[in-house]
Every structure is written in C-alpha cells, then in structure tokens.
Design a protein around this ligand. Structure first.
Ligand code: DGT
Ligand code: CA
Ligand code: ZN
Length: 574
C-alpha cells in the first residue's frame, strides 16, 4: 500500500465514525492521521520498517498501531468492522458536495437512503426538504451536486441536463436588444445523448455589450476567457460554455461550422475544394480571395449542390452520399407523435392516478395512452398481482365511458422478464391485455448467453407487443446488459415485435446506432417516455432526437400511426 492508499483508509474511518455519531475528537484524530500521511515526504513502508511510525507528526500511538496492522496484514480489523456496521454507499454519498457526514447519517437513519441513486430519487420526490436542517433549496442543491459529480466522473453531461440549461442561456442572450438570433450548435444541436460542452452562436453587429452582459449571468461561476467574438465560461455545475458572435450576414456558415460534427465538416470542405472554394466558419473563399457569405445555413449546403441536412444526421454516417443521391429520409418530428404507449400510475410506482395521466396525455396532444404498470415480481415498484391487474382493468373500463370521443385508453402492462426468461404473468393473463410490454429490470448482470436468451424468449412470445428499454442501461450509473444485439435484432425482425426507444434521458435505450440497425431490418419502433409523472411525457423530445439520429421516418414509429391502425395491429398479434 502506498501513502495515499493508507491515508484513504483513515479518511474513510473518519467519515464512517462521523456518520456513526462518534465523539468529534476521535474523528479528528483519524483525519489528522490521514493528513499527516499525505504530507509525509517519505514512503510509509520505509518509515514502518524502520520502526519510526510514532515519530510522524500527527500520528499517535493508536494510529501508529493501526498503520502497523494495515501494512503487516494488509487488513485493519477496526475498519472492516466499521464497514459492516455502516453501509458503504454512504461514503460514496459524501462525494456529493453539500452532503456531509451528518446529513448522510440523517438520510440513512430517517429515510433509509444508502446510495447516491436513492438520494437522487428521494430528492426528486421532494422527500429531503422536510428533514431538520434541510429545505427546498438545499434539496435542489443536492440534485445539482449529483449531476456535477456524474459529469466529473464521465467528463460529459447528459442531454437531459444540458438541453434545459442551453435553452435558459439562449433565452437570456435573446433578451439583449443587440442580439438578432441565438442558437445552440455542437453536439447538443445534433442531439447526441451527452455533450462535452455547450457551443452557443449569436448573431449580432454589436458583440461587446452582448458578451459583457452574458458573463454577468448568475449561473456562471468563472470566465475562462472573454473577447468580442469568443467567450468561454464555466457554469456553477462545472459545465463549459463557448459563446461565439458573428454578424448576421455570416451566421449561416458560422452555424454550419459550429454544429459539426468535425467529420461531417471535413466532408463538406472536400466538396467545396472540388469546386475551387475553401469553406470556413466565416465564408466560402474563391482562389482570388473574394468571399461568398451565407446568412442562412441552407445556403451553405445549396452552394455545394446539396439539400439541407438535418443536424441529427451530421455524423458522417452516409448522410452526404444520401444527400447527393436525393435519398435523405424525411425525418420524424415531435409533432408526428400522437400516442404514448408506456406509462405508469399509482397502481404501481407512478405518481398520479390513471385519470390524471389521461388528462396530461390529452394536454400533450396525444390521441392514445396506454397505462402499463409493473407486474407482480417487481416488488420495489409495487407491481400488480393478477387480481389487482383485473381490478385495474375495471377501473380503466369505467374511465373509458367518461372519455371524450376519439381518445383511446389502452390497458397494458410492463411485464417483467424473469431471471429464467419466463414472463411474470401466464399467457392467459397476457391475452386479456390490450398491450403487453416486456422488459428487463433485474439480473442484468447475467452472462451474455443467459441474458440474451431471456430477451429472445420474450421476443418469441406472440403476446408481447413491445420490448421496452432493451439493454436496461442507466446512463452514467449502470451499464446495460451484455446483450448480443445482432441476435436480438434478428429475432425482433422475425417476430414482428416493436422495439422501444425509451425517451427518458437517463435511458435513451435503444440508442441511436441500434435504432438505426432496427430500422434497416424493418423493425417497427416505439418512442415512449415511460412516464411515472405527467411531466415525464415531455421527455419524448429526447426520444425523437435518438430516432432522428437513427434516420427514422414517422411511418417507422408506431406512436405516429392513427389510433385505429395501432389497435388493428395490436389486435392482429397474439
Ligand atoms: P462535444 O462538445 O464533445 O460533445 O462535441 P462537439 O461536436 O460539440 O464538438 P466541440 O465542442 O469540440 O466543437 C464544436 C463544433 O465545432 C464541432 O462539432 C465542429 C466544430 N469543430 C471543432 N473543431 C473542429 C475542427 O478541427 N475542424 C472542423 N471542421 N470543425 C471543428
Ligand atoms: Ca460541444
Ligand atoms: Zn416503465
């Protein structure tokens, strides 16, 4: 063990003792010991071998004894015992700034929270604010800190967090009287599932005052560099933002350049060169030095003899050839979605009644909603027994009578695919449902062979209409199952089952690459939000982003079908 590893053990001990509520002087003794080890200019193993542990300033007899045990036996009894008393997830929780040992202990003892994930869920449900010493503000701060921690760990931020921040910044920029237009570019505009930083473009003829007021926004913690045409800042949660200004006559080339991707831009520049033009973020330049400027992005493509290419396609995945051939897909749009096929109510782990979910779906402009609560084995989600499922069916039948004409309410279920590959309800029960979604939530860490076989079994069941979030990944938190995706897609194509693009920004599962393969194989897709709350219905925006990145048209996404067609299709299955 090196110095910092030994120091880490003592830091952990100090944290664990503090969570436990030990006397503060004992806690401090371990912290001092850890500090001393970090500042020790020599290798701790040498000091130990020479019997000089107690001579280290800040290390008393007790700590010296523990270092001796640790280096001699590679274990520390005291530490092992503590780790058994206190869930280790609490140490992980301390990495969230705004969560100290006292708060961690309180979350654990009063709410049973032992992981960052559980902490996040509780904060989202508003359960932390009522604890002593907490409030709505500190609850919100904890959520922000969790995001920021995740970002530090991966270096990238989820689109679900980045997009609302970008919209907020753009709204602020657009308020300035000198700003003619402000748009997000970069990976965010291309709707990638995560972004490294934000690239914002501003059209203005008076850049200085715009930049000066921008850097004063309270969400900005640090200005990294500031100039009239380019400013780089860091937000309070650590996210980096670049702002570029361009005169409106050059905004088209600027937006095209900054949207990327780099690989797509390289291709465009090659085409430009073939025509004797060099293309930059400023303009096209001829050999004689004269310029062609573009105020609109479409003019850039037009000049190159191409139709405008949607940002989501700009990944050098064949979009330029398709543009040349005139075979670009007519991409699905948000407004094409008319149905939500995956949603939860208070019958399982949703936050609202079926009636409230119907109301919310109608407000979103949907013409069809499927309620698909969890099945019985998912105990943590209050899954429905067959008896409760049948009761729910009655409630839905009664509710249908009160619905306005033309709105369709389906009774479905999100049925667990059990660890052995069987479904959580027998076929006779599945046959009673309007819609059956099958999904994996547990035993995701099984071998590739086993977990793939489970999914294949579900796909082969003629009662199953949709496979939800196929890999089960939670971005930044948990890897998806180790599926053999080729076999899954082949089987889906054969059985005619629908594969879901789950729109929750933590899932985005299928991802863009798999969704594109699915489309190529003729597999129908669903874009569902898996709403556990009316607000979640708005997540479909992210699902549409994935679908567009997968080159999907409205025809290929069943949520865009008319309710009648959808019901006929469902009725035609097992
Ligand atoms: P990110 O931030 O890692 O999520 O990904 P992007 O795509 O936003 O990349 P970023 O922020 O490094 O650059 C923004 C855009 O600027 C990028 O999409 C294309 C353009 N760009 C950056 N570097 C180059 C380059 O070397 N050549 C060309 N043609 N374009 C570039
Ligand atoms: Ca970027
Ligand atoms: Zn669900």
């Amino acid at each position: 063990m090196n110095n910092s590893e030994v120091a880490q053990v003592f830091e952990d001990i100090a944290d664990l003792l503090e969570i436990k509520g030990e006397q503060i002087y004992r806690v401090l003794a371990y912290r001092r010991g850890a500090e001393a080890l970090k500042n020790l200019g020599r290798d701790i193993n040498t000091v130990w071998k020479e019997g000089e542990l107690e001579e280290i300033p800040g290390v008393g007899k007790a700590i010296a004894g523990k270092i001796d045990e640790l280096l001699g036996t590679r274990k520390l009894e005291f530490y092992e015992k503590l780790k058994k008393e206190i869930p280790l997830g609490l140490l992980e929780m301390l990495k969230v700034s705004d969560v100290g040992p006292k708060k961690a202990a309180r979350f654990w003892k009063e709410l049973g929270i032992t992981s960052i994930k559980a902490l996040e869920a509780a904060a989202k449900r508003g359960e932390l604010r009522d604890l002593p010493g907490m409030g709505a503000r500190s609850e919100a701060r904890i959520l922000e800190s969790i995001q920021s921690l995740r970002r530090r760990q991966t270096g990238r931020l989820s689109i679900g967090v980045a997009l609302p921040i970008a919209e907020q910044l753009l709204a602020e920029l657009r308020k300035h009287p000198a700003v003619k237009a402000a748009e997000a570019a970069g990976s965010l505009r291309r709707m990638r599932e995560s972004v490294g930083d934000l690239d914002l473009l501003v059209s203005t003829d008076k850049p200085e005052p715009v930049m000066q007021s921008f850097v004063k926004l309270p969400i900005i913690s640090r200005v990294r560099s500031q100039g009239p045409t380019k400013t780089s800042v860091e937000l309070v949660d650590g996210l980096r933002v670049q702002v570029w200004t361009h005169p409106s006559a050059r905004f088209g080339t600027a937006l095209q350049y900054a949207t990327g991707s780099k690989e797509h831009n390289v291709r465009l520049r090659e085409i430009a060169l073939d025509q004797g033009l060099s293309l930059s973020d400023q303009a096209f330049k001829r050999d004689d030095g004269s310029e062609i400027t573009c105020a609109q992005e479409a003019e850039v493509y037009e000049r190159l003899g191409l139709p405008w290419i949607a940002p989501e396609l700009r990944e050098d995945r064949g979009e330029i050839q398709a543009a040349l051939d005139g075979t670009l897909p007519e991409l699905i749009e948000l407004a094409d979605l008319k149905a939500e096929l995956h949603s939860h109510s208070t019958w399982s782990d949703g936050a609202n009644s079926i009636e409230q979910m119907v109301k919310a779906a109608r407000a979103e402009g949907h013409r069809l909603l499927a309620i698909t609560d969890h099945s019985k084995s998912l105990g943590v989600a209050n899954g429905l027994t067959v008896e409760r499922l049948r009761k729910q069916r009655k409630e839905i039948a009664a509710l249908r009578k009160r619905l306005p004409k033309g709105f369709v309410l389906l009774h479905g279920s999100e049925v667990e695919i059990l660890a052995d590959g069987r479904l959580d309800y027998p076929d006779v029960v599945l046959a009673e449902l309007d819609l059956v979604i099958a999904s994996l939530h547990t035993s995701l860490r099984q071998s590739r062979e086993k977990v793939t076989a489970r999914l294949l079994a579900a796909i082969a069941n003629p009662h199953v209409d949709i496979i939800a979030h196929p890999t089960g990944r939670l971005i930044g938190e948990r890897e998806g199952a180790d599926l053999d995706m080729d076999r899954v897609l082949e089987a889906a194509a054969r059985s005619g089952v629908i594969l879901e693009i789950n729109s929750n920004p933590q899932r985005l599962d299928l991802n863009d690459v798999h969704a594109r393969r699915a489309i190529e194989l003729g597999i129908p897709l669903a874009i569902n939000t898996d709403a556990h709350h009316p607000d979640h219905l708005a997540f479909r925006n992210y699902g549409v982003g994935v679908a567009r990145r997968a080159w999907a048209t409205a025809e290929q996404v069943v949520n865009c079908w008319r309710p009648k067609r959808l019901r006929d299709w469902l009725a035609s299955r097992g």
